[in-house]
Unconditional design. Structure first.
Length: 203
């Protein structure tokens, strides 16, 4: 099984501030910087001069990750971004509806839509939705990840859902886990079966 890919949160506000600061500096400073030496032979090479990371314990690594995480946006920044997002989404919907006058307004996104999205993704990863006559394509590890994400969602939202939302989440989680069990049992049975001999008359 492959390791979980690492990702870095980028604070775009800081990048924008740095770009504005660099644009205000005179260009002579950049011109005076000597170019890096070019090594000859063997074609182009990418050289990265970075200090080697010393092995750290898990708590130390966690504290380092917390220090590198940019600060959360302020309430004002979040409000302004939300307003800009809603306006952009509305312009997009107006353009789509102008091309398709018969299409009504899109319903608001709810918690049920989120759960349904996970359900559809997990079932497709387990081979559902394949066209008739085609062999289903199964991504069993991807399905497990999607199902585990549903489990995380159920754990983190416990006690904060309406009865209808909780019932939808628990029902979907039960169904995808059952489908996963059936599929993995089938895979295990096929793996345990001895190889079939070739039909008589064929080599």
């Amino acid at each position: 099984m492959s390791e979980t890919p690492k990702f870095t949160v980028i604070d775009r506000r800081k990048i924008k501030a740095d770009e504005e600061q660099e644009s205000q500096q005179p260009s002579a400073t950049t011109a005076e910087t000597p170019p890096p030496p070019v090594e000859s032979g063997g074609g182009p090479r990418l050289v990265v001069n970075e200090p080697k990371a010393e092995p750290t314990s898990a708590p130390a690594a966690a504290s380092t990750a917390e220090e590198e995480t940019p600060p959360a946006p302020t309430a004002q920044e979040s409000k302004e971004q939300k307003e800009a997002y809603d306006a952009s989404a509305q312009r997009l919907e107006d353009l789509v509806r102008a091309q398709n006058p018969a299409m009504g307004a899109q319903p608001p996104i709810t918690f049920e839509h989120l759960v349904q999205q996970f359900y559809v993704s997990a079932m497709i990863q387990m081979g559902a939705g394949a066209q008739e006559g085609q062999r289903p394509r199964v991504d069993i590890l991807g399905a497990r990840t999607t199902i585990d994400l549903l489990g995380v969602l159920a754990e983190k939202t416990r006690g904060n859902l309406t009865p209808t939302e909780d019932n939808t989440l628990q029902t979907v989680l039960f169904e995808v886990r059952m489908a996963f069990l059936e599929l993995t049992n089938m895979i295990s049975m096929q793996a345990m079966q001895p190889p079939q001999p070739p039909p008589p008359g064929k080599r």
